[in-house]
Ligand binder design. Structure first.
Ligand code: ACO
Ligand code: KIV
Ligand code: MG
Length: 550
């Protein structure tokens, strides 16, 4: 591959800007602006239709966005009609500002103003490209000429707003900022601001787009910090970021840009957007949330948000997409399941107010996700912790620790053999099939007990490999007496080393489950379980099943 073909296309600020490095997390939510609805930015193969856009807009307001870029009205009839519909049908909540994008060209700006007539809160966003590549190759204009395009556009926005007697807010983007010399981008932005003369009650937005990502995030942070420190009217200017994701660093650019002093983020749900997408607002917001900072957006109904988003856009959320993907809370590997199950118990008992459960950066239930379905999932990588957790939480079975281990290996082997995940019901069936076998080769058909001086005498009718036998033996309890009778009848050699029981249901007719572990002369363990309303019956079934499992 011919890497000589490429060179770095970004420019560092003329002075070192590193204050961002002193901060380690984003301390407060930025102003969020969703750019999910502008077709040019979304680059969907089939752009959304009017109804889908309206529903998407409603979803965005429900999540809590207060600024929403609703389109580029001069770009297409659908975008124009959508904006008109929002306004004419009064679908814009009073506390939501719509934003519209326009090139710095007179007829396009005029069409944009027509589109927003009658709207209460509007941001008119004007842009032109300032990068070296675009100046040389596309516009074929000098720095001064490019600056004049921006200033002319800014002036027209101001004039048309005054003529309309409106109070629209303005945004300017030096498009391709990341390929622009920072001092030149600053000069252009300052020239635009000199036209607008922003006030505290009508701040201007200067948006620094990562139109194409050319550098590591810390370079962008330095560029942003340079603009923040040197822009005129800083107190009346909102510094906004619009990172795309070409190097896979859209979220990192947004976060580091905020550390560098920015106030606002333009991005999209799940990082959709042209080419590799925009900064993913879901991730940025929930990264904050996971560090105890209120993101001021509500993703508590994530499953519904995902379904709607996929329906509107026709895009698919990747299973590994942070916080939202189907698999992002799933733990398959045994040690992780073990740690999560223990962590959740610890959380409940010791620290309900703070979440530190291993492997789960946030509590899945905060996003409406379900522990049973989403977290502990069983395949060949799973172990006793996960299998035990499923049996306990879904089916009320609290296995002795060593039996959990045996069940864990059984489930793992089946999953490995079938090369598929085992669902909770399949695990339960496997448990019953493996540990509740009271029919072959040993069966116990009848038991009678009498109290004796030292305990109990059991008389049993049983058969082993279809050979029936009746035998009597004593023991210190019923199970011990039956066990002694079976040893006497068939010469079995084992010791009962574990016996555990618990109720399965809460009613007065509750069935009980008994677990029996026996140890063979070679030290190996075998396990059985029995379920019955009578606990003695349950324990004998468990013993028989353990013997059958030797
Ligand atoms: C990174 C971004 O997301 S930028 C925004 C992306 N675009 C959108 O979202 C909307 C989609 N765009 C469109 O549909 C079309 O470009 C339209 C409707 C806006 C304009 O269409 P047209 O005028 O027919 O064509 P086109 O955009 O190719 O025009 C190019 C001309 O505009 C000039 N131009 C391009 N951008 C700008 C700008 N921001 N400001 C001023 N002039 C510009 C070009 O230099 C070129 O000039 P020339 O005719 O002298 O060569
Ligand atoms: C119009 C601008 C902000 C844009 O979408 C980009 O540069 O990516
Ligand atoms: Mg963009």
């Amino acid at each position: 591959m011919n890497y000589h073909k490429y060179k770095r296309q970004y420019f560092l600020p003329p002075v070192k800007c590193m204050d961002w490095a002193e901060k380690d997390y984003v301390e407060k939510a930025p102003v969020w602006c969703s750019v999910d609805l502008r077709d040019g930015n979304q680059a969907l193969v089939i752009p959304m239709n009017l109804q889908q856009k309206i529903e998407f807009f409603k979803l965005l307001t429900k999540i809590g966005f207060k600024e929403i870029e609703v389109g580029f009205p001069a770009a297409s009839e659908t975008e124009y009609t959508f904006i008109r519909t929002l306004i004419e049908e009064k679908l814009i909540p009073d506390d939501v500002t719509i934003q519209v994008l326009t090139q710095a060209r007179e007829h396009i700006i005029k069409k944009t103003f027509e589109a927003v007539k009658g709207a209460k809160n509007v941001i008119i966003h004007v842009y032109n490209s300032t990068s070296l590549a675009q100046r040389e190759q596309v516009f074929k204009k000098s720095k001064d000429e490019i600056l004049k395009i921006a200033v002319k556009g800014a002036q027209l926005l101001k004039d048309l707003t005054e003529q309309a007697g409106e109070n629209y807010r303005f945004e300017y983007s030096p498009e391709s900022f990341t390929g622009t010399e920072p001092e030149y981008a600053l000069e252009v932005c300052n020239a635009v601001l000199d036209v607008w003369k922003p006030q505290s009650d009508r701040k201007a937005i200067i948006n620094l787009p990562v139109t194409v990502q050319h550098s590591m995030p810390h370079v962008y942070a330095s560029q942003v910090e340079y603009i923040c420190k040197n822009i005129k009217y800083r107190e009346n200017v909102v510094i906004s970021l619009h990172p795309h994701n070409d190097r896979g660093c859209g979220v990192a650019d947004a976060e580091m840009g905020l550390l560098a002093g920015a106030d606002r983020i333009e991005g999209t749900l799940f990082g959709n957007g042209e080419r590799t997408g925009n900064a993913d607002i879901v991730t940025i917001a929930l990264n904050m949330y996971a560090q105890g900072v209120c993101p001021e957006l509500d993703f508590s109904e994530m499953t519904e948000i995902c379904e709607k988003y996929e329906g509107f856009t026709g895009m698919k959320i990747n299973e590994r997409s942070p916080y939202s993907g189907e698999l992002v809370f799933a733990a398959f590997s045994g040690s992780h399941q073990d740690a999560i199950a223990k962590g959740m118990h610890w959380q409940e008992e010791k620290q309900p107010e703070h979440w530190t459960v291993p492997y789960l950066p946030i509590d899945p239930s905060d996003l409406g996700r379900n522990y049973d379905a989403d977290v502990i999932r069983i395949n060949s990588q799973s172990g006793k912790g996960g299998v035990g957790y499923i049996l306990e939480t879904k089916f009320g079975l609290n296995l002795p620790p060593k039996m959990r281990e045996a069940m864990g290996y059984t489930a793992k082997a089946v999953s490995d053999h079938r090369q598929k995940e085992l669902l909770p019901e399949e695990i339960f069936e496997l448990f019953k099939k493996t540990f509740e076998n009271t029919s072959s080769p040993l069966t116990v058909e009848e038991t009678h007990f009498e109290k004796s001086e030292n305990g109990v005498v059991a008389e049993i009718k049983s058969s082993f490999n279809q050979k029936p036998i009746s035998v009597k033996a004593s023991g210190n309890g019923s199970l011990n007496a039956v066990s002694n009778a079976l040893k006497k009848a068939y010469g079995f050699q084992y010791e009962v080393v574990t016996y555990q029981e618990h109720a399965l249901e809460k009613s007065s007719h509750a069935r009980a489950i008994a677990y029996v572990g026996i140890q063979k002369p070679d030290g190996a363990l075998a396990w059985g379980a029995g379920v019955h309303e009578d606990i003695i019956h349950a324990s004998i079934d468990a013993l028989v099943a353990a013997i059958n499992n030797r």
